[in-house]
Write a protein that binds this ligand. Structure first.
Ligand code: TXA
Ligand code: MG
Length: 317
């Protein structure tokens, strides 16, 4: 059930329920992060493997200090610059954070979401919220309450509706590796903005076997149709019925594929707008029962980097 009743959401969370919750990046599947039984239900609802740890959501810096220790200087600078916002930090966890949340890793992923509704929910609770994106494991992340309802509606008692997500792609995950600031997932905070604050960073986001962050798994964000990266004019489409081919493109439609099967992410070439539209576009194309989706990569800069990452993973390349 979708609704806007903040108190209902708070009550359900206090009773140990798992609910859908908006953030500025994507919707989360949220529950009490300090209660291992509740957290285990998040894993089963999402059909998520237990080796894939969860992000913990809090409302303020003080709460980060409550649940973590050893805040490295560069990460503190990033926190000051970009929290609340689409930034998740990997920090050494205190023992109060149960092992199930971090898949027994020593670090916990923690962030302050920049969403009024969810901040008020967090402030009313005396525990933090563990929340992965509210999609079945491996599928496209949800950016509206309706997306959550469509796939998980029968498994959770409530989805708090905070409108469409402003950022539209998941948070950027940042930690330290050998004293070097390291990006583990490209996301809604661009690498260029991060580098303005801490200088050159290391980017480490692909792993096929045992990923530190399974946003890193190659096949992720996968729609039902096959996805190919490229230009419609370059892709060999001879084996396909033209009516069953769709496109996802940055600024303008391709003349080759039927217009009704195409989605343009931002006519004005605005990266923020493109990011905000990306997952809804993939979901919409997925409802058209296409055989093939041809995805055009954006210029590899700004949020184009994170958008391209999602498109490539949707294509499994
Ligand atoms: O924007 C977001 O981050 C959204 C909203 C709901 O906050 N959440 C989200 O969660 O994208 P999820 O579970 O779909 O992705 C979290 C990623 C996973 O790839 C996970 O492996 C990584 O964060 N992660 C979580 N804890 C980690 C840890 N302790 N060390 C390394 N990676 C971690
Ligand atoms: Mg996810």
């Amino acid at each position: 059930m979708i609704g806007k009743d903040i108190n209902k959401a708070i009550n359900l969370l206090q009773q140990g329920e798992v609910i859908g919750l908006p953030t500025e990046t994507v919707y989360g599947l949220a529950a009490n992060a300090l209660d291992p039984d509740t957290v285990s239900r998040i894993f089963s609802i999402k059909q998520r493997p237990s080796f894939d740890p969860l992000i913990v959501h809090v409302s303020s810096f003080e709460h980060i200090f409550l649940y973590t220790e050893d805040f490295p200087e560069p990460l503190l600078k990033l926190a000051e610059a970009f929290m609340p916002g689409p930034l998740t930090l990997l920090l050494k966890k205190k023992s109060i954070i149960p092992d199930i949340v971090t898949s027994a890793l020593a670090h916990v992923a923690i962030r302050i979401p920049n969403h009024e509704t969810t901040l008020s929910v967090l402030k009313a609770l005396d525990f933090p919220l563990a929340a992965p994106s509210a999609n079945p494991f491996g599928y496209i992340s949800p950016t509206t309450a309706q997306h959550v309802e469509a796939q998980l509606g029968n498994k959770i008692p409530y989805i708090l509706d905070g409108g469409p997500c402003n950022i539209g792609i998941e948070s950027t995950i940042v930690g330290m590796e050998n004293d070097v600031v390291t990006i583990y997932r490209k996301g809604g905070l661009s690498i260029s903005n991060i580098e303005k604050v801490v200088g050159k960073v290391k980017v480490k986001t692909t792993s096929s076997s045992h990923p530190a962050a399974p946003g890193m798994l190659l096949s992720h964000y996968a729609p039902k149709a096959s996805v190919i990266i490229g230009e419609a004019s370059d892709v060999n489409i001879s084996g396909y019925n033209l009516d069953k081919i769709g496109c996802i493109r940055f600024m303008e439609k391709s003349p080759i594929v039927p217009s009704k099967n195409q989605i343009v992410l931002s006519e004005t070439g605005n990266y923020k707008e493109a990011a905000k539209n990306l997952f809804a576009a993939l979901r919409l194309l997925d409802t058209l029962n296409l055989d093939l989706i041809i995805a055009e990569l954006l210029p590899e800069e700004d949020l184009g980097i994170a958008i391209n990452d999602r498109l490539k993973r949707a294509a499994g390349v």
